[in-house]
Design a protein around this ligand. Structure first.
Ligand SMILES: [Ca+2]
Ligand SMILES: [Ca+2]
Ligand SMILES: [Ca+2]
Ligand SMILES: [Ca+2]
Length: 374
């Protein structure tokens, strides 16, 4: 006799154990549970399967239900429906089996980009390929040089990070004032955003103008202050911007002490025609100039002219010959001179011209000491 789809295997032992029990389902008192009868669809026993179990018929009043273990299943809802105790191991999904693919997806273990750090991952930022925060693509920790900008990095060009590029080896944007010259963008970077120190606030090399005066003076200049004023006046007439002082020393002060430049200035000293006299203070006072200071405030040549200085090549006072602090013009007082024809040390302390009578006339070297009138 063929078994129809409504049939189940029943455990004979269980059937006998519960054979006298009654179960209340849906308020209806059902009859004794067990197999009886022999007709298909009457919920009775159809045959013994040879292993201590019988083949039980499914009731005709409801659909058969497969269940785990020994749970009781009620089929049907109306009066006369039959409760069937059954054990089955056939097609029920196991709840204790091995982890499946769908299990992995829900826990995030091993999936880079799900925001959950799996066993094989150092991190998981939850973004594309795991990136996010301090986690780089591939679920590995961000590092400066990996081309991923994460954590406190401002940039990361990988192998393009450099001391001369847009992104420093420390993964910071190369900006003016960081002390790193961005080639092609910054002319200089002295580590600050201050001007008048050779490198401007915009990281442009500063230039300070130098000229020899068109005017001449006796030794009675009126002191250093009035000598500076002569430079400022001539610069203003020539429409040269900035602040100017005379390259002149008295018994107390010298260019080295009063210009406010010194070794900290790395910009250029240029003639008003653009020729470079020196690159920075260091070159200015090393005894040799790039070109002699032989051009006046208007750009006119002033070759072979005597210049009051009382200043040695190093920028300090040269001697006591300063026309009594630049107040005397008698022939008995002496003043040191340099010479505009010279690019060597004689430009400021000419052995042939020094200690001239203060009644003579000579010129002044005027130096711009600030970019603006601040
Ligand atoms: Ca993950
Ligand atoms: Ca990085
Ligand atoms: Ca920089
Ligand atoms: Ca600066």
């Amino acid at each position: 006799m063929p078994i129809n789809m409504g049939c189940f295997f029943c455990d004979l032992t269980n059937i006998f154990r519960s054979g006298t029990a009654t179960l209340a389902v849906g308020g209806a008192l059902l009859g004794a549970v067990g197999c009886s009868g022999t007709d298909c669809g009457d919920a009775g026993v159809l045959a013994d399967d040879g292993h201590g179990r019988v083949i039980c018929d499914a009731p005709t009043t409801g659909e058969g239900t497969e269940t785990d273990g020994t749970s009781t299943t009620t089929s049907g809802t109306g009066p006369g429906s039959t409760s069937v105790m059954s054990t089955t191991t056939t097609s029920t999904t196991s709840t204790t089996g091995e982890m499946t693919d769908s299990d992995s997806m829900t826990t995030g273990d091993g999936v880079c980009g799900d925001g959950v750090v799996g066993e094989e991952e150092a991190c998981d930022g939850g973004g594309v390929d795991g990136e996010g925060g301090d986690c780089a693509p591939g679920c590995v920790l961000n590092d400066c040089g990996d081309e991923y900008v994460g954590g406190d990095e401002e940039c990361d060009l990988g192998e393009g990070n450099s001391d001369v590029g847009a992104c420093t080896p420390g993964c910071k944007n190369n900006v003016c004032g960081d002390g790193i010259v961005h080639e092609g963008v910054e002319e200089c970077d002295d580590g600050n955003v201050d001007g008048d120190d050779g490198c401007s606030a915009a990281c442009v090399v500063e230039e300070l103008r130098v000229f020899v005066t068109s005017a001449t003076f006796t030794g009675a200049l009126g002191g250093l202050v009035e000598a500076d004023n002569q430079c400022a006046k001539l610069a203003m007439i020539a429409k040269l911007p900035g602040v100017y002082m005379a390259w002149l020393s008295d018994g107390m002060m010298s260019p080295a002490t009063r210009f406010g430049l010194g070794e900290g200035y790395s910009g250029r000293f240029v003639l008003v025609n653009g020729e470079v006299v020196a690159e920075g203070w260091g070159e200015l006072v090393d005894g040799t100039l790039g070109v002699a200071i032989n051009v006046n405030e208007e750009g006119m040549g002033m070759v072979n002219k005597a210049v009051w200085t009382n200043t040695a090549a190093g920028g300090k006072a040269g001697s006591g010959a300063h026309c009594q602090d630049w107040s005397a013009e008698d022939s008995g007082s002496k003043g040191w001179q340099g010479h505009s024809a010279n690019g060597d040390g004689a430009w400021t302390a000419d052995p042939q011209a020094e200690a001239q009578n203060c009644s003579n006339t000579a010129r002044l070297y005027c130096f711009q000491v600030k970019q603006t009138m601040r």
